[in-house]
Design a protein around this ligand. Structure first.
Ligand code: DAT
Ligand code: MG
Length: 149
């Protein structure tokens, strides 16, 4: 079972797209194990996006992600990391397939609605940036046998 960090970015919250993002991940069968609304500090943003430091889009990226509240979530399920990435669509919305979140709701790379961890090491790094261990709830879902083989 994998866990992955998902964020509805400031544009997604401002545009009222928290619900559609959650609906798609719920409908897919993933299980929500953590959720909060956060105003990201510059310090937290620089840790979350440390791998992009020095790139031309780094400063605009930090300005954007700290500009307004975000919703951060942890979703759990088999292949959760890849499933979230596929559901989000590729980084550039103009290249994202219709049917994906970015392909359905976004146009510009700097306003691409959602974040999802891109691998298991990234998820292990990102989840504790936003959640203490006791904020993540392991819970039994009665429908699990109809989703997980
Ligand atoms: P993703 O969010 O799909 O994991 P990423 O980790 O490579 O993509 O980049 C993080 C964010 O930075 C991305 O969601 C939007 C922005 N970004 C990435 N590449 C960019 C580029 N070439 N120009 C402008 N913004 C970019
Ligand atoms: Mg990334």
């Amino acid at each position: 079972m994998e866990r992955t960090l998902v964020m509805v970015k400031p544009d997604g919250v401002q545009r009222g797209l928290v619900g559609p993002v959650i609906s798609r991940l719920e409908a897919r069968g993933l299980k929500l194990v953590g959720l909060k609304l956060v105003r990201i500090s510059r310090e937290l943003a620089s840790r979350h996006y440390a791998v992009h430091q020095g790139k031309p889009f780094y400063e605009p990226l930090l300005a954007y992600i700290t500009s307004s509240p975000v919703v951060v979530m942890v979703w759990e399920g088999s292949h959760a990391i890849a499933v979230v990435r596929n559901t989000m669509g590729v980084t550039r919305p103009d290249e994202a397939a219709p049917g994906t979140i970015r392909g359905d709701y976004a146009l510009d790379v700097g306003r691409n609605i959602v974040h999802g961890s891109d691998g298991s090491e990234t998820a292990t790094f990102e989840i504790p940036l936003f959640f203490r261990e006791d904020e993540l709830i392991a819970w039994d879902r009665s429908v699990d046998p109809w989703i997980l083989e």
